[in-house]
Design a protein around this ligand. Structure first.
Ligand code: UD1
Length: 354
């Protein structure tokens, strides 16, 4: 079986699934890295710390505009699939790497498996929403991380088989998350921004940063700067902002454990904050992680209402005990078992990469 990935969130989310697949004699695994994320701090640091198995193929597509990037991943992956004829290709999530690889599967008649199928923001202006819808409709096996994901897929009448497995990201989080260390003043915040609508225009980024730092609290914000935001950072920054390079996963979880509030436009961090019991403010118009909104731990806000949302978040006391809609920490094991059963039913015997 082949498994395609290429960005920081896919490295993190896939860590346990790939370790299990690599160690399982029932699978002959071929891992294809697109190279969408290539900086050491965006890729190598994660691979080492997460114990990801070595990649078998590196397409080295790097950065480009979305159309060229997706096309380069499609062409590179198609060549690998044509050469190796795997029984299936597995992709995770909604990045350009995931879509490019999924299109390669469709065009080479390779059965496609989508992990994290069915999450929806219903905002087609978000490139990831377009990506995930296209991948879902091209997939033969759709592994949803929550019940709402499966319901969304059923409502769209996708042709593939749908199974709710839980969220492999929660497995990776639960393995590593340190105990909470907040409560003592000064209050701390964790800030991450990388989405094009927040960081590509320097005046927009400045407005977001001004509003995040407008209140006297938190007195200190840890702000890991994504390479996309590096180019547009204002020259004058509030003294409460502590800029750092993109963090490794353990470091990020440590910062989250110390934070009283998290402000982000990332997808994964909304859920990680929910699991870590840190109130979150999401700088977006929509989110695919609707369970976190319903649970009251997360709120959408933008320039104009951001400071007020942070003030509200700081007043929240999230109960330590909570219901987790994203599974029990064994989703990766379930992914492997469902894959094995599905592939055995299709082809019998050891599942081949070649
Ligand atoms: C991508 C994903 C997004 C995910 C994010 C996590 C898509 C459509 N978006 O967005 O869903 O949340 O990854 O980070 O696939 N760059 C570097 N070094 C790198 C990688 C990127 O300098 O290793 C810079 C380049 O200038 C590049 C820019 O960051 O043009 C954007 O990178 P790209 O991979 O296109 O998108 P992300 O914004 O990272």
């Amino acid at each position: 079986m082949a498994y395609a990935l290429g960005t920081r969130p896919e490295f993190i989310r896939s860590a346990r699934v790939l370790r299990l697949l690599r160690g399982d004699p029932r699978f002959e695994l071929l891992i294809v890295n697109s190279g969408q994320h290539y900086d050491r701090e965006m890729s190598d640091a994660f691979l080492e710390e997460l114990g990801l198995p070595d990649f078998d193929v590196d397409l080295k597509v790097g950065s480009a505009d979305p159309a060229h990037q997706t096309a380069a991943v499609m062409l590179g992956t198609a060549a690998v699939l044509e050469r190796t004829h795997p029984d299936a290709l597995c992709v995770f999530g909604d990045t350009n790497s995931s879509l490019g690889a999924a299109l390669a599967a469709a065009k080479t008649d390779t059965p496609l498996v989508h992990i994290e199928a069915g999450c929806r923001s219903y905002d087609m202006a978000m490139p990831e929403e377009v990506n995930r819808r296209l991948i879902d409709h091209a997939s033969q096996l759709l592994l949803a991380v929550s019940e709402s994901g499966a319901q969304n897929l059923e409502a769209e009448a996708v042709p593939g088989r749908i199974v709710v497995v839980g969220d492999p990201l929660f497995d990776v989080f639960a393995e590593r998350a340190p105990a909470a260390q907040r409560g003592e003043p000064p209050r701390r915040g964790l800030l991450t921004l990388h989405r094009p609508e927040n960081v590509d225009d320097p005046s927009r980024l400045e407005a977001v940063l001004d509003e995040v730092t407008a209140l006297p609290e938190p007195a200190e914000w840890t702000f890991p700067v994504h390479p996309r935001a590096r180019r547009t950072l204002p020259s004058r920054l509030a003294s409460s902002l502590k800029l750092v390079a993109p963090l490794g996963y353990a470091e990020l979880l440590r910062e989250l454990a110390r934070a009283d509030v998290c402000v982000t436009d990332s997808g994964g961090l909304q859920k990680e904050a929910f699991w870590a019991r840190v109130p979150c403010v999401t700088v977006r118009r929509s989110t695919e992680w609707t369970e976190t909104l319903r649970a009251g731990s997360n709120e959408l806000a933008s320039v104009g209402d951001l400071a007020e949302a942070i003030r509200r978040a700081l007043k929240k006391a999230l109960p330590v005990e909570f219901e987790n809609p994203y599974g029990d920490g064994r989703a990766s094991e379930r992914v492997v078992e469902v894959l094995e059963e599905w592939l055995r039913a299709r082809c019998g015997g050891v599942v081949n990469a070649h």
